[in-house]
Write a protein of this length. Structure first.
Length: 272
């Protein structure tokens, strides 16, 4: 029987919805869906796929009053910081996505009870894409590198990440990979009982460090820009700097700050 793991990225059900990716043991994408907002439809899809594990990018419950979830505290001590799950009395509008995550667990509970540690087979396990990515990568990357790093990690795991649409499907696929790794016992978890959170490595480091971002590289240098034809007439920048926009369809100099910063616009165009 084919081994399948499902990852679910959770967004507001009345907003962007859920993204789901199912992978088999060879890392082939068996199913992928975006912006799913109907929990009955989610249940139908999961039942049809019959995965061995479902990994959900959400806590399954509020924290106890006056405390923080043990799983989150454990990861924070290792340098992996997550969105803190509040107690129910301290929940704010921002945390509505967590409530929708609770609803996902509840909708699947009759098929996939909550993971509490140990063997993941047949369970709904909480995971967090940032924690999975850091554990696999061995470092904390810069925020701007987040999606490229996760795509690279998926490619290293044998997933054709090129067909994944957007960051949410990437995160769902990372959940499915986390589940596949756990199904062969090469996983660990933090937290206790229904607080447990799944991670795709057997041993976590005591501390994960942030590495500096790579130096920014401009894709096209000023010298490499093809010159405009000498006889082409273009309107001057609308900010009043006296310069000419760099693009044929531009009305302003590059960057919104040039609309209020004529000096920068003049420098771009080599004007005094």
């Amino acid at each position: 029987m084919m081994t399948v793991a499902v990852g679910i990225d959770v967004g507001l059900l009345d907003g962007k919805g859920l993204d789901l990716v199912a992978l088999d043991a060879s890392r082939r994408i068996r199913h992928a869906v975006q912006h799913l907002r109907d929990l009955d439809e989610l249940t139908r899809i999961v039942k049809t796929l019959a995965p061995d594990v479902v990994c959900i990018d959400s806590p399954s419950q509020w924290a106890e009053p006056g405390t923080r979830r043990p799983a989150e505290l454990d990861l924070a001590r290792r340098g992996i910081n997550l969105y803190a799950t509040p107690s129910a009395d301290r929940a704010r509008p921002f945390h509505r996505w967590m409530q929708d995550g609770f609803r996902v667990y509840a909708a699947l509970a009759h098929m996939y009870p909550r993971y509490t540690g140990g063997d993941v087979r047949g369970k709904a396990a909480g995971y967090f894409p940032h924690a999975s990515a850091v554990a696999l990568n061995g470092r904390i990357g810069e925020f701007a590198e987040k999606v490229p790093i996760r795509r690279q990690l998926l490619a290293e795991q044998g997933v054709d990440e090129r067909v994944l649409i957007g960051a949410d499907q990437v995160d769902a696929a990372l959940g499915a990979v986390t589940g596949l790794i756990a199904l062969v016992g090469r996983h660990s978890w933090v937290g206790e009982g229904t607080d447990a959170m799944l991670l795709p490595v057997q041993e976590l480091r005591a501390r994960y460090l942030r590495t500096p971002a790579a130096p920014a590289v401009r894709s096209v240098s000023r010298a490499a820009r093809p010159p405009f034809p000498a006889d082409e007439k273009r309107a001057p920048c609308l900010c009043g700097c006296g310069g000419t926009p760099a693009g044929r369809r531009s009305q302003f100099m590059p960057g919104p700050d040039h609309r209020i910063n004529p000096a920068t616009g003049r420098r771009w165009n080599g004007l005094p």
